[in-house]
Design a protein around this ligand. Structure first.
Ligand code: UD1
Length: 366
């Protein structure tokens, strides 16, 4: 029998570590034929190519090269360029991961062509519609045929939205497959030596959410907290292109460079970044995935957001929310430095076997 063709969609940095184990496992299935599509939402070497190389992701079969733009422009461009790919390839299904613009744009195209949609990381919700990703999650899940949530709270969200249990497959957290699989390479990273840091004697920071960096007041509140913390411990800050741009636009370069113990680096590759966070005293972030990775590493995480679509990292993991509230960030950092952080454990099914569960479901239901 001819294998079932599935278009695997990847667009932005947080997609790459999710599609890697899916591609590797699906390529071993006699029943499924993955075709990799890169939309080009992220295109810089450090935001894209590095991850393909490190994680051994095969070269994309098709690149849409959409680049940056406003959300409407980017989504429109992806849809326009993805439509003829569907017509040509005639897949049975597409598989999307996460919540970036590429996830939603490709899903809408597939839904209108009666191509089945598989969404890995379905059902997570921040309930904050000012966050572009929340719209992407809601729209994608509303038209998805095979929903693959990472945790039970996400299953409950999908049921509450009226999805039928038959369409929901609790598979676990796909990012953790890559994290566990990469431990040897992460252990070999020389990033600490390169930056002259010792285990447990520094803080790692990532910051790129529009709500934090596109709003000068919020950005300044965070910087004030960083100023305070860097007097106690050095802070390593691999800087996202969006954040870099906003620092220049807001004229904050001088202030940022006056923070002597704030160490700015280029965006790091997967192995270096994994080593960096896993050896930190704690992590400050507004990323989604890093809340999960710190929970698995057992490293305290202060999330610079008012809400999270990953509440399980707060209930069961090492995460606490601080928003951009200067006092709260400083207070939580102080607690960690005094050794007063909560007990945590790794959530159910975040065990490195999610890709195998995904492939099993697809072989059964497609
Ligand atoms: C996107 C995702 C976000 C994810 C983040 C991770 C959406 C809505 N947002 O946000 O969920 O957490 O990726 O990085 O899909 N740029 C470069 N080089 C690149 C890519 C972007 O310089 O390779 C610059 C562009 O000038 C662009 C800006 O960074 O305007 C922001 O990129 P964009 O893809 O719009 O959104 P992110 O903030 O990266």
């Amino acid at each position: 029998m001819k294998p079932i063709k599935i278009l695997i969609i990847a667009g932005a940095r947080p997609n790459f570590m999710k599609i890697a184990p899916i591609m590797h496992t699906m390529r071993q299935s006699a029943k499924l034929e993955p075709v990799l599509i890169h939309t080009g939402q992220h295109y810089d070497v450090q935001m894209s190519d590095t991850f393909f190389k490190e994680l051994n992701i095969p070269h994309p079969d098709i690149s849409l090269e959409v680049g940056s733009g406003t959300h409407a422009q980017q989504v429109a461009r992806i849809m326009e360029r993805f439509e003829p790919v569907c017509d040509e390839q005639k897949p049975r299904a597409i598989l999307v991961v996460g919540d970036v613009n590429s996830t939603m744009a490709c899903s809408i195209v597939a839904a209108k062509k009666d191509i089945k949609i598989i969404h890995v990381e379905a059902g997570i919700r921040s309930r904050d519609r000012s966050m572009p990703e929340e719209i992407n999650r809601m729209v994608t899940d509303s038209i998805t045929d095979i929903l693959m949530p990472p945790s039970r709270d996400a299953v409950a969200n999908l049921l509450a939205e009226g999805h039928c249990l038959d369409h929901i497959h609790l598979v676990g957290n796909i990012m953790i497959d890559t994290l566990l699989e990469s431990q040897e390479m992460i252990g070999r990273s020389q990033i600490l030596e390169k930056l002259g840091l010792n285990k447990g004697e520094y803080v790692s920071l990532t910051l790129h959410r529009p709500s934090n960096v596109d709003n000068i007041d919020n950005f300044k509140q965070i910087l004030t907290a960083l100023d305070h913390i860097q007097k106690e411990l050095p802070i390593v800050f691999p800087i996202h292109p969006r954040t870099q741009k906003m620092i220049i636009r807001f004229g904050l370069e001088e202030y940022v460079s006056s923070l002597r113990n704030l160490i700015l680096t280029e965006p790091l590759g997967y192995f270096d970044f994994g080593r960096l966070i896993s050896q930190s005293r704690f992590v400050l972030t507004d990323s989604g995935g890093i809340q999960e990775e710190t929970t698995v590493y057992g490293i305290p995480c202060i999330t610079l957001r008012e809400n999270t679509e990953r509440p399980i990292t707060v209930w069961e993991g090492t995460n606490e929310l601080a928003g951009c509230d200067t006092e709260k960030i400083i207070m939580l950092a102080g607690k960690i430095m005094k050794g007063q952080w909560k007990e945590s454990h790794i959530p159910e099914l975040w065990d490195g076997k999610t890709a195998a569960r995904i492939i099993k479901v697809l072989e059964d239901v497609l």
